[in-house]
Each structure stands twice: as C-alpha cells, then as structure tokens.
Design a protein around this ligand. Structure first.
Ligand SMILES: [Zn+2]
Length: 505
C-alpha cells in the first residue's frame, strides 16, 4: 500500500515538498503435487487459464495450495453479496491441527461492513464455529485433529452487507459513486507458521492479509450492466436473460482475491509481454487513464525483466476514491482519483503505480507477514521505484530518488529524534512513524547492501529472492540470507544498522 503521509504515502503538503526535492525462463520442471486425498485429484485444467502460456508450470510451485470455490450473487440495492464457499485445505504443518481459522476481514471495525457466516461444515458434518479477534476470525473446530499431509473439505455460506466507503481505513472497502471495491471479502484462511495461526489485526494504516498462495474458482452473478474487475482471469460469461449476468473467473496460484464492480468506469487496454493490461478510469479522466496504462505497462515490463515473470494473463489498474495513494491486490491495483485529475502530480502518479505494480512480486508472489514484518514487502516495493526509474531514466535519476527522497525523509526522522528499528509490526509504529521508518528508512537498507555487493550481485539477488520465495512466504532473515548467498559476503552489519537497530548511526 501507499498512503498519503509517507514517501509516496505523504500528506499533501509534505508530498509537494518532497516532490520538489526529487527528480524524481526457463520453465521449471513440473513436479507432481502430492496427492494425499482424493479431492486433490480434481482437474487442474481450469486454473491453467489464469496463467500465461510461459508460466503454466507455476501451478506446481505452490505447495498443496488451498482450493477455494466461490459462488457469489451480488445484489445492487442495497449492496449485498451472498456467497457459498467450498474449500479444500491441506495441513502442510508437521503437527496436527485442532482447528482451522477463516479471516472475516469485512468485519474490520473501521469498514462499517458486516459479514455473517452460516452452515459451516467439515467433511459434510455440521460444526459450530466461534468468532474471535473482534469478529474478524472464525475458528472452525475439527472433530478429530487434521493430521499432517491430510486434507479436509470445508463448506460455508456467507452474507456480506456492503457499506458506503469509509474514510477511516483508506476508503478501500465498499461502495462509492463509481465503484464497489471488495478486497478480501470472503472467508480467507490465514497463514499458519512457526507462531501458529495468524489472526492479529493491524492498526487501520496497515495491510491486513497474511495468507498463502491458493487456487480460486469464482462464479459471480450480478446485474448485467456492471463491469467486473477481478484478481484472476474471466474464462466465461453468460447472460441470464433476466437483467443478470454470470462471470466465471479463475485465479491461480494467488494469495488473495479482490473484486471491483463498476457501472461508471471506462476501460483502455493494451498488452505487454502477452499480458492484457486494463486501465479503468472515470469518464472525465481519459488522459489519466492512458497515463496509468502506460505507467503500469512500463512497470510490468521493467519488473518482469528484473524480478522474473508476472505469471497471470491479466493486470488491472483501477481509479477509485481511496484515500491512500494506491493499494495492491493480486492482479489488481487501485489508484487514488486525485492522481488522475491533477497533472502537477504526474511524477507521484508514476511512482505510485510503479510501487503498486512492484507489490505483484513483493507481497503477491513472494508473500510475507504484512502485519508483523511489513517492511519485507513495503521497503522493497519502495526500492523497486528506484529500479524502475533507473531503467526508465538512467542511474542518476534512481540515485537522486534515493538521496533526495528516502534520504531526506530519513534525515528529518533523525534530526527530530524519531529514529526506530524498521523490523517491527505495524502496531509498534504510530501512523506517521510507520510511513517514515518502513517506507523512508527501510529502502535505504537496499541501497546499503547494493553498495556493498555491487550492482551485478544486487540484480542477481532480486531475481534469486523472487525465484526462491515465489508462491511461498519470506521472513526478514530470508531477505538477508538470499542476498548473502548471491554475493558470498556478509551483510549482517548493514542488516543490523538499517533494519534491526533502533538508530542506524
Ligand atoms: Zn506498498
């Protein structure tokens, strides 16, 4: 995410001040997926339609991914989504699981939405779940513990009451005059790692999702006048003849699934490296829509060359009324309306899009715990703006971004006595400090290790890291270890100085 108030998350006055300072495959071999349960034998063919021809083997890279089958019915007035969800979940842990959690992020207090779940069953037997974490986590008990490597079939129904967008959490969930934005709107199984199930809630300025790459098959019925923008690829549409239409969408392997509905936005499209890129903009913002398309295509082209393939067939950029500058979802980014309308913010517009596109690698493909280690994706998405601008305008432009932008933010932090360790949960920071430290100081770590290991090794590191953790989860030490493996050098001093220590100097 990029929020106003940071380097690319800057409050307008500050943003202006900072802008003035800146110039600103080889396909892997398919390995058979372990088939410990008959449910996994179901045909993977439909999911392949979500992937580019060159990335078909990516289906084998996610370890026994959770499989979501969602049937959704959207009612426009009042805005409501009725859903039925079947899930096949594998226990990939060494220990048996006594319960499985679903996150109900729509119940995040600041959203003003409400999701209720009914008819929960485990392997066909009804169970009684319980709500935790301010109703954002649903604990589903197992009648007997789910053994390691075993799978389970879960089923539930849900009803989502969609609110008007609220300003208190970036206006990122709900209905505005132009779009209905539905990120993480369905019951989503969170990551389970060495610390167990993750059902924490970050403060409203942090990203919510920490989850594993999964397979999605979504059938959505909605008024036919609507355009459906979604993570994943629409593989079929059918007019139901009653004013409603049904879309079939697949996403695989994807870390989350977002839907945006609109009767207002217009679309401009192009292709880059075989990927269809769609830019959805308000009717009065055709110029901005074209720019957004170009920035997204340039970013995808640069990052594919530098980080490895973007595997999906589609990428969508959507103009919304979010109060963040931009927010990332797998296959979809939303960008603030103000950036389309204000030509003076052209450079911010470009950087924000580069940042959100970079999240397709850092967060979506390479997952991380966004609640407890937000720097793992955010600091690298920030530094990816440097990678982007260097490719577009030369190394000098990239370095002036580092010095005039991240460097200036950090100088201000130091002189105000506000320095802090980067490697902390979102909740450890105030909103202002989160921006300054994670988005301002964090990218300086990458500049420091790049200087130590050299440009060539740094480039190799970015590719190695993206490749090693593709569809997996990277923890803070994995970042440093990947870099050290490439350079065969010791980067602990830089890691200590820029990421772990409360004060870098
Ligand atoms: Zn971000």
């Amino acid at each position: 995410m990029l929020e106003k108030g940071i380097p690319m998350k800057l409050k307008p006055a500050l943003l202006l001040a900072i802008l003035l300072l800146t110039a600103c495959t080889t396909a892997p071999t398919v390995t058979p997926v372990a088939t410990s349960a008959p449910t996994l034998a179901a045909d993977l063919a439909p999911y392949r339609l979500a992937l580019n021809a060159a990335n078909q083997n990516d289906l084998a890279l996610a370890d026994r991914p959770t499989r979501y089958t969602l049937t959704l019915n959207y009612i426009a007035d009042p805005p409501t989504l009725a859903g039925s969800q079947a899930v096949v979940f594998f226990n990939r842990q060494a220990a048996p699981l006594n319960e499985i959690y679903f996150r109900l992020f729509a119940n995040y207090p600041d959203y003003g939405a409400k999701i209720t779940v009914a008819n929960v069953s485990v392997n066909g037997a009804a169970v009684t779940p319980t709500l935790e974490a301010r109703d954002t986590a649903l604990r589903v008990p197992m009648a007997k513990p789910l053994a390691p490597n075993a799978s389970v079939n879960l089923h539930l129904d849900f009803t989502l009451t969609i609110p008007r967008i609220s300003k208190s959490r970036y206006g990122d969930f709900g209905a505005s005059d132009t779009v209905v934005t539905l990120p993480s709107f369905y019951p989503l199984i969170p990551a389970y790692d060495a610390k167990g199930w993750h059902i924490e809630l970050p403060p409203p300025y942090g990203d919510l999702v920490y989850a594993d790459a999964s397979l999605y098959a979504v059938t959505l019925t909605a008024p036919s006048a609507l355009t459906v923008i979604a993570s994943g690829t629409t593989i079929d549409t059918r007019d139901n003849g009653n004013g409603a239409k049904t879309w079939k969408i697949v996403g695989a392997p994807m870390r989350d699934f977002a839907i945006v509905l609109t009767a207002v936005l217009q679309k401009t499209s192009d292709t880059v490296n075989g990927i269809t890129v769609n830019s959805y903009h308000e009717p009065g913002d055709a110029e901005g829509g074209k720019k957004a398309l170009r920035f997204a295509m340039d970013s995808l082209r640069v990052f594919q060359a530098r980080f490895g393939a973007y595997p999906y067939t589609e990428f969508d950029v959507v103009e919304t009324q979010t109060s963040a500058l931009g927010i990332e979802y797998p296959g979809v980014i939303v960008i603030a309306q103000g950036l389309y309308k204000n030509p003076r913010e052209a450079e911010t517009f470009e950087f924000v899009i580069a940042h959100e596109v970079a999240h397709q690698w850092w967060y979506a493909l390479v997952g991380n715990d966004q609640v407890n280690s937000p720097w793992v994706d955010e600091a690298l998405a920030q530094y990816s703006e440097v990678v982007y601008i260097e490719e577009m305008r030369g190394k000098g432009a990239g370095q002036s971004l580092v010095r005039g932008y991240f460097g200036e933010v950090y100088k201000r932090v130091q002189s105000a006595g506000r320095d802090a360790a980067v490697n902390q949960p979102v909740a450890a920071f105030t909103e202002e400090a989160y921006g300054e430290i994670v988005y301002g100081k964090g990218p300086l770590f990458y500049d420091a290790i790049r200087k130590k290991m050299g440009d060539e090794n740094f480039s190799k590191f970015l590719k190695t890291y993206a490749d090693r953790y593709r569809y997996k989860v990277a923890f803070p030490d994995d970042v440093v270890k990947s870099a050290e493996d490439v350079c065969a050098c010791n980067l602990r001093a830089e890691y200590q100085q820029w990421i772990l220590s409360p004060a870098a100097k």
